[in-house]
Design a protein. Sequence first.
Length: 100
Amino acid sequence: MLCKKCENEIGDAKACPKCGAIREDTLQEGGSSEQLSEQATDAFMDYLPYEFDMKKKPVYKKWWFWLIIVLLILGMLGAILSGERNDPPPEPPPIEEVVD
């Protein structure tokens, strides 16, 4: 089967992988505009790679986010526990003059 928009071969696909046009025979007739829009979105989502999935996890549910948080906390604790003290340096002993 050919796409009506770009005339690319689409076979049995619901949407054209080249231009994204939805096959008219895949949409149910007599549906509301919301149902047609949902069907078109579902047909288009079949051709999106996994990286572009619109149902992505929030950032705080990803493993690398928590790794960064743990490393930041460990770095702050290390800086606090081993930080320099603000004690003044000890005074050098007084120099004695030797007179011959």
